[in-house]
Each structure stands twice: as C-alpha cells, then as structure tokens.
Design a protein around this ligand. Structure first.
Ligand code: UDP
Ligand code: UDP
Length: 407
C-alpha cells in the first residue's frame, strides 16, 4: 500500500513581544490550514496566561515550543532599552534554539526556517542543515525599504540622521524626515545602531523576505524594493491579521459598552501591547478627549516616565487609573470608557460604533484598522512607528497626524 507523503515541516521563530507572536502565529496557521504544511512555532512570548492563544494554535495543528525565559522583555519600558533587551534575550536563547531545531530536523522532514528580524542568527542553523531560510518582516514595506537603504545611508552621511538637511528619499516612497526614521538608528554611536547595521548586512544571506503588507496598500514602496541590488527577493503576504482577538475574557465589557454607542461615533485610543505615554502626554490626551466631547474608548496604561512612580505609586499598581487628571473619570463617564487592561482589539475595530482609531502605528494595529475600514489618528511612539505614520498620512492618506512636538 502507498504511504501518504510526509508534509514538509517548517520551523517558525518568533522574537519576544505580542506584536511579533500575533502575526507569526497567523502565518503558522495559514501554512498549516491553507498550504498543508506541518509547522512548529518556537517562542518565548507565550506565557501561561495566554492559554487561549495556545489553544488556538493547537486547534490549528501548529506545534508550539515555549522557550523558558525568566526575563521576557516588555516593550513598555524605555523604547531602546526594550529593543536591547530583545537582542539580549535572543542571544542568550540562540544556542538552545539551535540545538532544538537540529533535533527537530532529525525527527522530521524539515524544509525551511522562517524567523523575524531579531532572530537573524538562525541563518547559521539553516546553513548547517542546508535548508532555505526566510525572514518574516513584521511591519511595512516602507520600513523595509529604509532597512535595505541603511547601509548606504550610513556611508553617505556622517551626522546624526535627525540633523539631515533634506528628507530621505527611498525608492517609491514619500520623503521621510530624519527625525521620523527608525528609533534605533537615531543615535549612531550606540551598540543597538551597530547591531542593527550588521544585522542588515546579513539580510543578503536569506533565501527571501516575506512581508506583512499588500500591493493595494503600498504599491510604490513594493515596486521600489526591487531597486535594491543584492537584496533578497521580497514577497508580500499580508494582511495577516487575526480574525478575532484571543483573550481570557477580559475586556468584554468594552464590546457591551460599544453596543450602546451611535454608529461610527467612538474614537478608540490604544497604543498596542506595550506602548505607554509619559504622564504629561497622558494628561494632555485626557484633556483633549474631554474637550472633544466625542465618545471614546481609551486603553489607558500607567505612564512610562519614572516620576510617575513617585507620584502615583509603583508599577505594581497597574490596573488602577489613579494617574488620570482629578475628576476626569467622573466628568467623562457619560461619553467615555477608560480601561486599564488588555482588550479584544480586533472585535473593537470591527464594531460599527467605532469611527476612528488613535494608534501608536504598531503594524498589527494598522492592518487591523485598515481591514475594518477605520481611519486613524497617529501617535507614533517607538521603533519604526514614525515611518508607518508618514506612510499612512502622506502616502495612503487614511490618517491624520497631530503635531507631537507640541507635547
Ligand atoms: N492587542 C490587543 N489588545 C490590547 C492590546 C493589543 O488585542 O489591549 C493586540 C493588537 O490587536 C495587535 C497587537 O496586540 O494585534 C499589538 O501589535 P502592534 O503591532 O499593533 O503593536 P506592538 O504591541 O507590537 O507595539
Ligand atoms: N493577553 C491576553 N490575550 C492575549 C495576549 C495577551 O489576554 O492573546 C494579556 C495577558 O494576559 C497579559 C497582557 O495581555 O496580561 C500583556 O501580555 P504580554 O505578554 O504582552 O505582556 P506582560 O505579560 O509582560 O505584561
């Protein structure tokens, strides 16, 4: 009797952070469900409190390997510090990941490794096993274009990028001011800058790049990517988003509250899984929402500056809203809902009462908003989010960007 052919096996490596695990889990599910592959996802983001995400993966036949990491970086701390901690976590886990993948290869028909940008060192594992490896780029093609361009920009300019006399012109993209480039490259004397640059120099070694974007959204940047000689072939596979937010039930009251609001009236305000404002920004935002008299749903996080702990107690008190301006909650209780915890964002953006989204421009949030036809107000906070804000306001024109210098 003929034996059924063994499905090719793919290992996917996700670096820490919900913004990585969410699209990589979606990719894993897409590969098992639509392409008949067998997939193992390796991650140290998923903790026991995310049982529902684990259940969702196993329901879709994705094998999950959880890396035990005592110190998972949380992006809510200072932005660059978070990126540095991600590098450090990955560097320390890499030997373990390397031997794990090699043992998977012994037991299965391992055909490829897919990883996000922080896991570039997995290239060495793929080389040793003589299998192809693909980089999954979790953000926009415009940000990818900047990443491809950095080695030559580095040679071309001596000063800090924020001091550039003219905006940077990337192929097929709208011009970007130096100050709006990726956070990690703003200080060119740092280890993170050097790490970023040497990582990009290794991009040439990958078999291809999969990017979570799509032709209709970024036709110019997608075409422009072809102009980078020597860089790998780029294939856009987006928008890969979840169709429902996976959560332990927390935040369902938001949906019930939205049910009572007029169609298209609510501004949803949220800054991703870790984005937080300073106390001053939090206060300004609260006053702005109050003065607008517009219904709002605000996922308010504890301010990220150190003085907040002095004024409002330690971060252990997260979950309370004592950092909001005095009387704010009472004055706005008829128009607004403020929540200090995780919310089912996909369901919120899909809700007919939501008419706008004030976002930090994390790429998953952007895609979720666009797929549900919700226009955006951009408040980029870290990483490549300012590049995404420029794309959305000046190229795609689905967003407005308040002047952030004012606060
Ligand atoms: N998210 C959510 N509920 C929350 C906060 C975030 O469901 O309360 C999800 C959001 O829908 C998105 C992801 O977490 O899928 C955040 O990713 P994004 O790229 O927007 O930002 P990051 O968290 O990486 O800064
Ligand atoms: N969370 C959730 N569903 C998810 C992902 C996260 O309910 O699919 C919750 C999780 O329980 C946690 C919070 O969101 O309380 C933030 O999770 P994350 O792992 O990003 O950060 P940390 O645990 O470090 O705060």
């Amino acid at each position: 009797m003929d034996q059924a052919p063994i499905a090719p096996h793919v290992v996917i490596l996700s670096s820490p952070g919900m913004g990585h695990i969410i699209p990589l889990a979606s990719l894993a599910i897409c590969l098992t469900q639509h392409h008949g592959l067998s997939v193992t996802l390796i991650s140290n983001t998923i903790s026991s409190n995310q049982q529902s995400l684990q259940d969702f993966l196993s329901f879709n036949q994705v094998k999950l390997i959880k890396l035990e990491e005592p110190n998972i970086p949380s992006p809510s701390s200072s932005n660059l510090k978070a990126e540095l901690r991600i590098w450090q976590t990955i560097t320390s886990t890499m030997p373990h990941v390397h031997s794990k993948i090699k043992s998977i290869a012994k037991e299965s028909h391992l055909s490829a490794i897919i990883f996000d940008a922080f896991y570039l060192d997995a290239l060495d594992t793929a080389k040793e096993l003589n299998i192809p490896c693909f980089l999954f780029f979790t953000t926009s093609c415009m940000a990818l274009s900047f990443t491809f361009a950095l080695p030559s920009l580095d040679k071309q300019y001596q000063n800090q990028f924020c001091d550039l006399p003219k905006p940077v012109q990337l192929p097929g993209c709208v011009p970007i001011r130096g100050i709006d480039l990726h956070d990690a490259i703003q200080d060119r004397t740092t280890e993170i800058y050097k790490g970023f640059l040497s990582g990009i120099n290794r991009f040439k070694e990958v078999s291809g790049v999969l990017v979570n974007s799509y032709e209709e959204l970024e036709p110019g940047p997608i075409k422009g990517l072809k102009e980078f000689k020597g860089m790998p072939h780029v294939c856009q596979v987006g928008p890969l988003i979840r169709t429902s937010s996976i959560g332990p039930g927390q935040g369902k009251e938001c949906l019930r509250w939205l049910d009572r609001q007029p169609h298209g009236s609510v501004v949803f305000v949220s800054f991703g899984s870790g984005g937080a404002l300073t106390w001053q920004q939090t206060k300004e935002l609260a006053l702005g929402l109050e003065m607008s008299e517009q219904p709002f749903l605000w996922v308010a996080r504890y301010p990220n500056d150190e003085s907040s702990a002095y004024f409002f107690g330690s971060k252990d008190m997260q979950g309370q809203l004592n950092f909001l301006p005095e009387g704010f909650l009472t004055r706005t209780e008829k128009v607004g809902l403020v929540v200090p915890h995780w919310v089912p964002q996909v369901e919120i953006l899909a809700h007919p009462a939501v008419g706008g989204f004030m976002t930090h421009c994390g790429w998953n949030s952007v895609l979720e908003s666009l797929v549900h036809g919700v226009p955006l107000i951009t408040l980029p906070l870290f990483a490549e989010q300012k590049i995404n804000a420029v794309l959305l306001t000046e190229d795609v024109k689905v967003a407005i960007r308040p002047k952030q210098d004012a606060w």
